[in-house]
Design a protein around this ligand. Structure first.
Ligand SMILES: Cc1cc2nc3c(=O)[nH]c(=O)nc-3n(C[C@H](O)[C@H](O)[C@H](O)COP(=O)(O)OP(=O)(O)OC[C@H]3O[C@@H](n4cnc5c(N)ncnc54)[C@H](O)[C@@H]3O)c2cc1C
Length: 538
């Protein structure tokens, strides 16, 4: 069989890529070795940028409906157990509260969408169903990628079906979204480098239907999302999207210990069932390359981070969405050679920075956990001093994990062949997001009226934004863009707020809302900008 794009792996990244290719009408086959999505715990938090991306894909309402109730607080606690007074509470807004905060702010500093807690085992079947409904997408579970060979025109992959029979799929491009062990990456001979196997955790999934309703248990912490237990085993408890399921992570020797660990964490007898126990390892790894020839890699196949900062799947969704429109443009003929070669340049730097952000966050957690003393539970002045000291350090250090808005929204593609080179540029900050339209950055969200953002009125192609009632003659740039045959439109916005935040009268935006070029006057050489935007600058 033949297809335009063969996607290997139906984790959240491969599924997002398949859905986005499908909604652009690209022929795509998705092969997944598992027979069906599994009910296994992994990620649970889509960050703000991922939710903005899902909004542009038309998925945001379905994802919110399937995820955690919008009124449940997202607080993070540090405690000795769930039935004891918390040592520290870090309050974070529920989705409903965050939406109200976003609605009240129009300085570009907030995302269009807040985060959403949705467990990976809920998200994957939802995305699978959406992909399966798209006419140009062929979703094949139970099909394992075995090997590949590529030539000048395409890639031939050997795939094993559920009966063990091997057949070939011919594709113009192949994308390995096949996770940390990535057979596709290994076939290409690409290495992951960095720090592997830093710490080994056991993780268990529990059905504990009464736990959420009984919180706070006695003087214990209130309702929240993460409960870090101040012990010597780095134990933490995570609420899943139903509020009836919970995961516990801890450094223990044997899987059987995870039942007692849960009971100790809860602190009081409670009805529960342990549904799964497994192991996972902390890694901080980045691939040397994000592909070779007609084969690309995305998600955990190229970057592995310590997941508690939420930069694992979320970084992978960013990869998928960067690659999707570039594959589309190349396959439809308007994209030049730089379009696909820019993928690695743009996304590997984000992967590198996010591995760094994850290291920074995990060092913070290690720092406060190093304050643990065996006497921390003692009702003595020494015990109190141990509790106070841990809480004081955690108040600074734990925030590094939970407050990553700069890493989430503030990434900018530096040195990309698709982006106009304005020398300099703001620093990349993990913790802080400062709105900017510097070429390569994501366009900040600004409200036009209640419930309608600039993001919402920008289409799926390239967009020339005309702001501040400019009278500039942009016909040269418009002609140059149209001559490239890429999807392109002009959008004039007279409201003052976007002009105030963006600081420029004219902005050329890519399909993924990143800025190609900005100016107060039309560019002197519009053909050059149009060539650059569409990957023909070489
Ligand atoms: C405990 C924990 C908590 C986490 N929390 C978060 C979080 O809150 N936020 C966040 O962003 N990230 C989080 N992560 C990380 C997140 O789960 C991963 O980054 C994410 O799953 C990566 O998605 P992926 O699609 O790249 O890879 P995967 O989810 O690993 O999917 C790869 C898919 O490829 C398939 N596959 C492999 N080999 C083949 C083959 N030969 N043929 C066909 N198919 C194949 C696999 O079966 C699998 O379905 C967490 C991870 C863990 C372990």
């Amino acid at each position: 069989m033949t297809t335009e794009v063969l996607v290997v792996g139906a984790g959240p990244v491969g599924l997002t890529l398949a859905v986005d290719l499908g909604r652009r009408g690209v022929g795509c086959t998705l092969v997944e070795k598992k027979a069906a999505p599994e009910f296994l715990p992994k990620m649970e938090r889509c960050n703000a940028r991922t939710m903005e991306i899902f909004r542009r894909m038309g998925l945001v309402d379905r994802i919110r409906a399937a995820g955690l109730d919008r009124h449940v607080p997202m607080d993070v606690y540090i405690a000795l157990a769930m039935n004891e007074p918390p040592l520290l509470r870090l309050p974070y807004p529920s989705v409903a509260e965050a939406q109200a905060q976003i609605a009240a702010c129009n300085d570009g500093s907030m995302p269009r969408e807040p985060y959403q807690l949705i467990s990976q085992y809920t998200l994957e079947p939802l995305l699978k169903a959406i992909a399966g409904d798209l006419p140009s997408v062929d979703v094949r579970y139970g099909h394992e990628f075995v090997s590949l060979a590529q030539d000048a025109d395409g890639v031939t992959a050997t795939v094993r079906d559920p009966d063990g029979r091997e057949s070939t799929i011919r594709a113009r491009y192949l994308v390995g979204c096949d996770g940390g062990a990535s057979p596709v990456r290994k076939q290409l001979g690409i290495q992951l480098r960095g720090e592997g196997n830093l710490l080994r955790f056991h993780q268990a999934l529990y059905y504990a239907p009464d736990l959420f309703d009984r919180i706070p248990i006695g003087p214990g912490p209130g309702k929240g999302r993460h409960y870090h237990i101040a012990d010597s085993q780095a134990t933490f408890l995570i609420m899943q999207d139903s509020t009836k399921h919970w995961t516990l992570h801890a450094v223990v020797e044997k899987p059987e210990e995870m039942a007692a660990q849960f009971e100790k964490t809860i602190g009081v007898p409670m009805r529960y069932e342990m549904l799964y126990v497994g192991e996972w390892k902390q890694n901080l790894l980045l691939a040397d390359r994000y592909g070779a020839g007609r084969v690309f890699l995305a998600g955990d196949s190229v970057h592995l981070v310590i997941p508690t900062g939420g930069l694992g799947m979320n970084t992978g969704v960013g990869d998928a969405i960067d690659l999707s429109w570039k594959l589309y443009g190349t396959l439809r003929g308007w994209g030049g050679p730089e379009l696909l070669s820019s993928y690695e340049i743009e996304r590997r730097q984000v992967g590198d920075r996010n591995v760094g952000a994850s290291r920074y966050a995990s060092l913070g957690r290690r720092k406060w956990r190093a304050q643990f003393r065996p006497n921390i539970r003692d009702h003595t002045s020494d015990g109190q001093a141990a509790r106070d000291s841990l809480a004081r350090v955690a108040d600074v250090e734990q925030r590094k994990t939970n407050e990553m808005i700069g890493a989430e929204l503030g990434y900018r593609y530096v040195g990309s062949p698709l982006v106009w080179d304005e020398p300099g540029g703001p620093e990349h900050l993990f913790r802080e997001y400062v709105p900017t339209t510097w070429p390569g950055a994501r366009l900040p969200h600004v409200w036009l009226r209640e419930g309608c953002s600039v993001h919402d009125v920008i289409g799926d192609g390239f967009t020339l934004l005309r702001l501040g009632r400019t009278r500039a003659d942009t016909s040269g740039l418009e002609r140059a863009m149209r001559a490239r045959q890429a999807p392109f439109s002009v959008l004039t916005i007279d409201e003052p707020a976007p002009r105030d935040v963006y600081g420029y009268d004219l902005l050329l935006l890519r399909p993924d809302l990143h800025v190609v070029w900005r100016g107060q006057q039309p560019p002197p050489d519009p053909e050059q900008i149009a060539a650059l935007a569409t990957g023909w600058s070489a």
